[in-house]
Design a binder for this molecule. Structure first.
Ligand SMILES: Nc1ncnc2c1ncn2[C@@H]1O[C@H](COP(=O)(O)OP(=O)(O)OP(=O)(O)O)[C@@H](O)[C@H]1O
Length: 631
C-alpha cells in the first residue's frame, strides 16, 4: 500500500542506487541555510527503483528512514529528482521551492510534500507516495478511456486542487493524466505542484535537457514561447486541463503520434485545436471549446470549468438529449460583441465604478460610443454577463439601464485591453504592451514582449500608447536598425510593409505581407514589436510615388496588374496612333499619288492591312514583335 510505514529494520532489505560525487559542500550549505521547507538528510533516503522519467526529471520510489528516541520507522515516499541545474542557481531554485512549499503544503487535492533533499547534486522533492495515477488506470482499461461520470467526478476533484494553487498565484503548467494521482479512497489528487513554473528563468546546463515549459501534447500556444506569445497566465492551465479531459474521455492523447516540432507547428503556427468528441453535455462541450481559444483572455478560468463540471455531473442522457444539467446554460460561444462569455466573466462591476462602452476587440475606438463615461449606480445581476447595470451619465437626469457586457471598467483612466507604455523603459522588454487587469487600487498586470510572466506594478508607472488594430498596415520605424524579430525587405533593400493579421495578448503583432509573393513553405508572416513599428496609410503617404508603393503592399498582384494595364494602354495608344498616322498618310497619298487597282487607304476593306500598327521599340520588346509595326 502506498505511503505505508515499513517495520523498523536495522538494514533495509532493498537495493538502492549509490551515487558518487554528491556535492557535500552544497548539501551542508543548503541544510544549514535558513529554509522553512523541511530539509531531508539524503542519508535517510534510500532510493529503491525508478518509477518513471518525465521531462522534468525522474520519479523514484524511495524509503525515508525516520528515527527518534520513541520510534524507528521507514516510510515509502516518492522522490522527484529534478534535472540538474548549475550550482550557482541551486539557491535561487530552493528559494522558489521554499515559497512553493509554504503555499501548497496541506492543500486538499494536491500531492502532499514532505520536504526536499539533494542527491548527486540534483534537487529532490520528497512527496507522499500514492496508489497510482489516472493515467495508470486508463492504461489498465480496455479502450483506455473512462466514463463521462468518472471524468466529471475526477475533473471536479482536480479542478478544486488547481483552483487552490491558482488562488496562491501558482500555475501548474504540466496537467496530464499521469500527473493526476489517486489516493486510497479513489480521490483524484494533483501530483504536480508547478515544477515548470518553478524552473522558469533557471538556466539548465545542458541544451539537450528539455527546454519546454510543460509536456508538448498538453501545452497551450503561449507556453511554447512565453516571452514572445505570452505571458503565462492561469488560463494556460485551462488548455492543459481540457487536453487531459479529452484524453481521459477518448483514450487518445492530444496530437497523438506527432513529434514535438509537428505539435508546435499545429498548435502555435497553424493555430489548430484538439478535437472535442461529440455527445457531451452542451455546457461541457462549450467550456472545453473555450479552453482552446488561442487568445488566453477568451478562455474560461478554472472556476468556470469547475462550475460547469459540477452542474453537469448529474446529467443523464435520455431520449436524444441531456437532462439534469444543473444551473449552467449554454450560451452562444461568443457574446456577440467579439468577446467570449468567459472573457466577460473575468471582471465584475461594482456600484461606484467608472465605465465606458466596450469597443469591439481589435477595432478602433467607436466614434459614437453610447456611454463615453458613466458611473455605475445600480446592478441588476452582478455575477452574470447577461445582466444589466444602471449607469449615470453626466448631463442626463435619469440613470440608464445598459447591458453589463457592453461596458468596461475604467480605473485611473485605464481599462483592460488598453495599449500602454512604461514611463521608464527598462530595456529588458518591449516598453509597449497590453493592459490585462487594473484593480480598483491601481495595481496593474501588463503583458510585454520579452517577459514570460505579467509585469506587475502601479498604473502611475504607465501611460497610454498608440493603439494598433488588425487590418492596419505597418512598417518598421526608420530608426530601427536591428528589429527584435526578423522582418522582410523589399527588392531594393527597404523594409517591407505588412498588414496586422493578429494581435497577441502581450501586444506582439503577427504581420502578413500581402505585397510579397511567397512560395511553398516560405514564411509569409512575421512577428513585430509594437514599439518598433509605425502605421502606414494611403492618406498619410506623401506624394504619388509613395502612394503607389503603398498600393503595392495591398497585394502582390498589384504590380503585374499595373504592368499589364500599362502594356494594354500602350497597345491601345499605339493602335490609335497607328490609325491616325495611317489616315494622314492616306490623305497625303489621295492628294498626291494615284492608287493602284484594288488598293484602299481607309482601312475598311483591305484585309489585314487595317491591323498594322506602329509600336515604339520598348513596347514592341515587351510584346515580342519587331519595332515599327505589328499585326
Ligand atoms: N507521488 C506519487 N506517487 C505515486 N506515483 C506517482 C507519484 N508521482 C508520480 N507518480 C507516477 O509516476 C509516473 C512517473 O512520474 P513522473 O512525474 O516521473 O512522470 P511524468 O508525469 O510523465 O513526468 P513529469 O512530471 O516530469 O512531466 C507517473 O506515471 C505517475 O503516475
Amino acid at each position: 500500500m502506498a505511503g505505508k510505514v515499513v517495520a523498523a529494520q536495522p538494514h533495509p532489505p532493498f537495493e538502492y542506487e549509490l551515487f558518487e560525487g554528491d556535492s557535500e559542500h552544497l548539501i551542508t550549505a543548503v541544510a544549514s541555510s535558513n529554509h522553512s521547507t523541511p530539509w531531508i538528510d539524503p542519508a535517510k533516503l534510500k532510493l529503491r527503483h525508478r518509477i518513471g522519467r518525465g521531462p522534468f526529471g525522474d520519479l523514484w520510489l524511495a524509503t525515508h528512514h525516520q528515527m527518534t528516541e520513541d520510534y524507528d520507522e521507514y516510510h515509502e515516499v516518492a522522490v522527484k529528482m529534478l534535472q540538474p541545474v548549475q550550482e550557482e542557481n541551486v539557491k535561487a531554485l530552493l528559494d522558489k521551492f521554499d515559497n512553493l512549499f509554504l503555499k501548497c503544503r496541506g492543500i486538499d487535492g494536491v500531492c502532499f510534500l514532505y520536504g526536499f533533499s539533494i542527491i548527486t547534486g540534483k534537487i529532490c522533492i520528497v512527496m507522499k507516495f500514492y496508489e497510482g495515477s489516472i493515467g495508470d488506470k486508463m492504461a489498465r482499461i480496455k479502450g483506455g478511456k473512462l466514463s463521462l461520470a468518472d471524468v466529471l467526478r475526477y475533473g471536479i476533484q482536480l479542478a478544486q486542487g488547481i483552483l487552490e494553487l491558482h488562488a496562491k498565484g501558482i500555475r501548474v503548467l504540466n496537467l496530464k493524466p499521469s500527473n493526476f494521482l489517486l489516493d486510497k479512497n479513489g480521490q483524484a489528487i494533483l501530483g504536480e505542484v508547478g515544477i515548470p513554473y518553478l524552473l522558469l528563468g533557471i538556466p539548465l546546463p545542458s541544451p539537450d535537457v528539455s527546454p519546454k515549459l510543460g509536456t508538448p501534447n498538453y501545452m497551450a500556444p503561449e507556453q511554447w514561447q512565453p516571452e514572445v506569445r505570452g505571458p503565462l497566465s492561469l488560463e494556460a492551465d485551462s488548455w492543459g486541463f481540457a487536453c487531459s479531459i479529452l484524453e481521459i474521455l477518448t483514450g487518445v492523447q492530444p496530437w497523438c503520434g506527432r513529434g514535438v516540432e509537428e505539435i508546435y507547428d499545429s498548435v502555435v503556427r497553424k493555430q489548430e485545436k484538439p478535437l472535442i468528441p461529440e455527445g457531451l453535455p452542451p455546457s461541457v462541450e462549450n467550456v472545453l471549446h473555450g479552453c482552446f481559444d488561442y487568445d488566453f483572455r477568451n478562455r474560461p478560468l478554472m472556476t468556470d470549468i469547475l462550475h460547469v463540471f459540477k452542474s453537469s455531473h448529474n446529467a443523464i442522457y435520455c431520449d436524444g438529449g441531456w437532462t439534469g444539467l444543473g444551473s449552467v446554460t449554454t450560451s452562444d460561444k461568443s457574446s456577440g460583441n467579439g468577446y467570449s462569455e468567459w472573457f466577460l466573466l473575468k471582471d465584475h462591476l461594482q456600484v461606484g465604478d467608472m465605465v465606458r462602452s466596450r469597443k469591439p476587440p481589435n477595432a478602433c475606438k467607436s466614434k459614437n460610443m453610447d456611454v463615453p463615461e458613466a458611473i455605475v449606480v445600480g446592478l441588476e445581476r452582478d455575477t452574470d454577463q447577461d445582466g444589466f447595470v444602471l449607469v449615470r451619465i453626466h448631463g442626463i437626469h435619469d440613470p440608464l439601464r445598459v447591458p453589463i457586457s457592453t461596458l468596461e471598467r475604467v480605473t485611473f483612466g485605464l481599462a483592460a485591453g488598453d495599449w500602454v507604455r512604461l514611463k521608464e523603459d527598462d530595456k529588458k522588454h518591449s516598453p509597449v504592451g497590453l493592459l490585462h487587469s487594473i484593480d480598483r487600487d491601481g495595481s496593474v498586470a501588463v503583458g510585454f514582449i520579452g517577459l514570460e510572466t505579467f509585469w506587475k506594478g502601479d498604473s502611475s508607472e504607465l501611460q497610454m500608447a498608440e493603439s494598433f488594430f488588425v487590418g492596419q498596415f505597418v512598417r518598421l520605424k526608420a530608426n530601427v536598425l536591428s528589429p527584435r524579430f526578423e522582418w522582410p525587405r523589399k527588392r531594393l533593400g527597404a523594409w517591407a510593409t505588412g498588414k496586422i493579421w493578429q494581435i497577441l495578448p502581450n501586444g506582439c503583432l503577427i504581420v502578413k505581407f500581402p505585397g510579397r509573393l511567397t512560395f511553398g513553405d516560405e514564411c509569409s508572416t512575421s512577428l513585430a514589436d509594437p514599439a518598433e513599428v509605425e502605421v502606414v496609410s494611403f492618406k498619410t503617404c506623401p506624394g504619388m510615388v509613395k502612394k503607389y508603393q503603398h498600393l503595392e503592399d495591398f497585394h502582390w498582384g498589384v504590380r503585374p496588374l499595373l504592368i499589364a494595364v500599362g502594356v494594354f494602354t500602350a497597345i491601345k495608344v499605339g493602335v490609335l496612333a497607328g490609325k491616325k498616322m495611317g489616315r494622314s498618310k492616306a490623305k497625303k497619298l489621295h492628294s498626291s499619288v494615284p492608287l493602284n487597282d484594288g488598293q484602299r487607304v481607309d482601312g475598311q476593306s483591305s484585309g489585314n492591312s487595317s491591323n498594322q500598327v506602329w509600336f515604339p521599340p520598348s513596347v514592341a520588346n515587351i510584346l515580342g514583335v519587331s519595332a515599327g509595326s505589328a499585326r
